[in-house]
Design a protein around this ligand. Structure first.
Ligand SMILES: [Zn+2]
Length: 180
């Protein structure tokens, strides 16, 4: 399949993700495009890269954990000022630890589902493009401009990535010329 570069959105490599200055490139299992392993998703088709997504998620979690630590410290200080040191702060610590573990588990479940759903969507969209863009090509070649415009409008309303069609920009310019 020919790589689509015209209307795709190239990603920007984040310098902070590269520790050794070497770019680690991987091939997208969905569309075959190449991007950095640290990217959480393919910048061309939206396929989630589990390794990159997990690293991003863990960074977010670490931030959350730090916030919770701060809350824990503040709570303990309040507690100390009201009661004698002892069971109170330990119980509070256990509760907070349980909350963190709960958040971790929920986070992993949610992330797993999100990755699965997003990748299913990306795959389905690739299949949709494969089936529909040749029809666009045919209509365009046969100069069925009005029908094509209506079809693109409907497909766009249905949430399809019509702008990935390789002649999309050209056809929109043509439409502007015809009916603008
Ligand atoms: Zn891809």
């Amino acid at each position: 399949m020919a790589a689509k570069t015209k209307n795709s959105r190239p990603g920007f490599g984040r310098a902070s993700d590269r520790t050794d200055g070497v770019k680690h490139i991987m091939k997208c299992p969905n569309c075959g495009a190449e991007f950095e392993v640290s990217e959480s998703e393919c910048p061309y088709c939206g396929y989630i890269n589990p390794g990159g997504a997990e690293a991003k998620f863990m960074r977010g979690l670490e931030d959350k954990r730090r916030e919770l630590d701060k809350v824990d410290d503040e709570a303990r200080e309040d507690y100390k000022s009201e009661f004698k040191k002892g069971a109170g702060s330990t119980a509070k610590k256990i509760i907070i630890a349980a909350v963190i573990i709960g958040l971790l588990i929920l986070g992993f479940i949610a992330m797993d589902r999100m990755i699965f759903n997003r990748n299913q969507d990306a795959k389905a969209e690739m299949v949709w493009e494969h089936e529909n863009f040749p029809v666009y090509d045919e209509m365009y070649e046969n100069e069925e401009y009005e029908d094509l415009m209506e079809r693109i409008a409907n497909d766009s309303e249905d949430g399809h990535s019509v702008w990935n069609w390789e002649d999309y920009d050209e056809f929109m310019a043509k439409a502007e010329e015809l009916w603008g």
